[in-house]
Ligand binder design. Structure first.
Ligand code: MIG
Length: 690
């Protein structure tokens, strides 16, 4: 397959498991793959000291992945620390950029290790547990062209409804409908824009999927309707495990139809998660997937139009067998005088109960629905993908013309066609703003465009300044959601002294929507990245290649968020002259042209800095308190134009799927003197402000 200047060759090793990550036929490569050297259990490549390695999607550390090792092994990992090697996803695509430039995608659903200059500074070693996979080598072309070719290979990215580009408020522990009403009321009263409120596990009856706690959330369909009237979408969570409980239809049907994952002896595998003992639906069995996906109808029928899929690594608190064994072993320590070693052994008895590798190797999937059983550990990284695919395929069936919001915690390439992801259980740490920033372009490379982190931080107590700074970056991420864990400091913006400032920042998001939505849609429709590292555009600039805390966003702007406590600004590198626009709100801004080079840029705690590239424009709306209220036909074009700026603007109704209609595209041509020419089938009312 050829896409632009990039050619893709496929090499098949052993008998790969078909993951359905790839949607395009690709010619088989002849002989050995180019660039890399084959090993018994993988590949190796010698880098030069200055090579950069991009990719791996959702992982810790920098945009350039050099200097650490990463393991594709989807894990419920709530500590996103530098020493971690796996988070919730397996994104087995990298690009090496240096003496040679090429991309590698290893389509392998088991455990895969990427040692990127960790053991030896200049050596990449990729090792699999067994040599059964397809390797795709992408060669030729620029970084952007390689990404585009990969994205073409894995298919069009998921497209969220327009309302899901609004601000969302979430918290694990909104215990009743009244509490949700209160959250909405506070936002509306204070004119803080809001489009969605998330329902965490608290809305369910005893944590059972597709049920509602009737006492806490009476008359659910009416409640959903009442919220809709206020332009609020309720977004419930769905968990991977199905509670074992007599009389619970999902459990009973699953058992009867044989749709749960099985032990070697054919009995249903039992694990424990939120609801206590559960079975896992066999998301890899096409029949079970169809069955589980159609269960979402229970909520769709009550007016719900968005979901988030959680715990789908799948996370296991403990398995029935393992805990029985642990309880026996704990007895052995009774009355013992424990020294350090014994005490460590004692702690390990319970400390290794969760997400234990032995449990993952003790259950099976009926992968064709006809009895071909594959052990879970061979296909572990596909579980979350297929849970989300179950929903996505069912939505196609149930609501073919409507966009449904869907994002998942766990993922693998291929899942990006059915939903986005949120970046999991981060902490209210300054370094996690930076991590959020690093993940965005890496995830975009994998086709995951609809994504964002829990703004303000999920675990630990947030601080007012942290939330402010995080919102200042979060207004640019497609998923913009404030979410926090039960028991932590509450972080809805109306609880803070600087509510006014936070409100203005969120308001600015609504002003930026015509640009952000346009860039998102073009990225999805043309297999491009929404966020890019500077190195992807300024390919000849050695300084730009090293910048990891500034990002290009779409066609014309760069962002450089502040992510240090007590900072009053930051250093910014400009590869070329840019216009710095500092916003205090949608209507209060200052502008200044900065020459290329290094600058210290003061950015006050309540300010957002946007850098407009030369001969580019930034289309903005006049805002609103929800997406429905934003008038996308009345725009102001901010810009930095020394000669001519040409902007291709995408807009559509935001709910249907007529994506490829040429009428969705308009062209704005702006001259340095402010003269504007518009080519559009829409009635637009545009002013230029240079
Ligand atoms: O074990 O549903 O990542 O967003 O709030 C925790 C409760 C389960 C993990 C998710 C988080 C969610 C939480 N869930």
């Amino acid at each position: 397959m050829t896409s632009g200047k990039c050619r893709i060759k496929k090499y098949t090793y052993g008998t790969p498991f078909c993951t359905d990550a790839v949607v395009e036929q690709t010619a088989a490569g002849e002989g050995s793959p180019s660039f890399i050297t084959e090993l018994d259990n993988g590949f190796t490549y010698q880098m030069t000291p200055s090579d950069a390695v991009y990719g791996l999607g959702e992982n810790v550390r920098g945009i350039n992945k050099r200097g650490w090792h990463y393991v594709s092994n989807n894990s419920d990992e709530p500590n996103h620390r530098e020493d971690r090697t796996s988070l919730y996803a397996s994104h087995n695509f990298i690009i090496v950029d240096g003496r040679e430039r090429f991309g590698l995608f290893i389509d392998y659903p088991g455990k895969l290790t990427f040692d990127i200059g960790y053991t030896e500074h200049n050596t990449i070693t990729i090792t699999a547990e067994d040599m059964n996979f397809d390797l795709y080598v992408l060669e030729g072309g620029s970084l952007k062209e390689i990404v585009q070719a990969f994205r073409h290979l894995i298919g069009r990215s998921y497209i969220a409804p327009k309302w899901a580009f609004g601000y969302g408020q979430s918290r694990w522990s909104y215990l009743t409908a009244d509490e949700v009403r209160e959250v909405v009321r506070k936002h509306r009263e204070n004119h803080i824009p809001l489009d969605s409120v998330y329902l965490d596990i608290d809305y369910m009856e005893r944590f059972k999927d597709f049920t509602i706690d009737e006492e806490a959330f009476p008359d659910f369909a009416c409640f959903v309707e009442e919220m809709k009237k206020q332009h609020i979408h309720l977004v419930p969570i769905i968990d991977a495990g199905v509670k074992i409980e007599e009389g619970y239809d999902v459990y009973e049907e699953g058992v009867e139809k044989g749709y749960f994952c099985k032990e070697a002896d054919g009995t249903d595998f039992v694990a424990a998660v939120w609801p206590g003992l559960v079975h896992f639906p066999d998301m890899l069995n096409p029949d079970a997937r169809k069955w589980f996906g159609h269960k979402y109808k229970v909520l769709l029928d009550q007016g719900i139009d968005g979901f988030w899929n959680d715990m789908n690594e799948p996370a296991i608190f403990y398995s029935e067998k393992r805990i029985a064994d642990a309880i026996d072993r704990v007895q052995e320590f009774k009355g013992k005088n424990m020294d350090l070693t014994t005490f460590e052994e004692f702690k390990a008895v319970t400390g290794t109960l969760s997400n234990n590798a032995e449990d993952y190797s003790s259950f099976y999937h009926n992968v064709d629905g006809k009895g071909t059983m594959v052990c879970h550990d061979k296909v572990h990284n596909l579980f979350g993908y297929n849970m989300t695919r179950a929903a996505g395929e069912a939505f196609e069936d149930l609501e073919p013309d409507k966009r449904i919001l869907m994002y998942s915690r766990s993922s693998y390439p291929g899942m990006h066609r059915y939903g986005g992801i949120w970046q999991g259980d981060n902490l209210s740490w300054w370094s996690h703003i930076e991590l959020n920033m690093h993940m965005m372009p890496s995830l975009n490379m994998m086709g995951i465009l609809y994504t964002g982190a829990d703004l303000g931080g999920f675990g630990a107590d947030t601080t007012e300044d942290l939330l402010l700074r995080w919102l200042e970056f979060g207004i640019f991420t497609p998923l913009m959601r404030n979410h926090s864990a039960m028991g932590t400091r509450r972080q809805e913006v109306y609880r803070f002294e600087s509510m006014e400032a936070m409100k203005k920042i969120i308001g600015l998001r609504y002003g930026l929507l015509p640009y952000l939505y346009s860039e998102y849609m073009k990225a999805a429709l043309k297999d491009e990245m929404y966020f890019r590292p500077l190195a992807f555009d300024y390919t000849e600039d050695a300084f730009a290649a090293k910048v990891e805390d500034q990002l290009l966003l779409g066609d014309g702007i760069m962002v450089a968020p502040v992510y240090e406590q007590n900072a009053e600004g930051r250093y910014v590198y400009l590869p070329e002259a840019m216009k710095l626009v500092k916003f205090r709100s949608l209507t209060e801004r200052t502008e200044e042209i900065l020459p290329a080079g290094h600058h210290y840029v003061p950015i006050a705690l309540d300010e957002v800095a946007v850098f407009i590239r030369p001969n580019h424009v930034l289309p903005m709306s006049y805002g609103g308190e929800c997406v429905d209220e934003v008038d996308f036909s009345t725009l102001q074009l901010l810009g930095y134009v020394t000669d001519t700026a040409v902007y291709e603007w995408y807009d559509d109704d935001g709910y249907g799927k007529d994506y490829d209609n040429p009428a969705n595209y308009s062209t704005f041509v702006v001259k340095a003197d402010g003269n504007l020419e518009v080519k559009s089938e829409k009635k637009l009312n545009i002013t230029v402000s240079l």
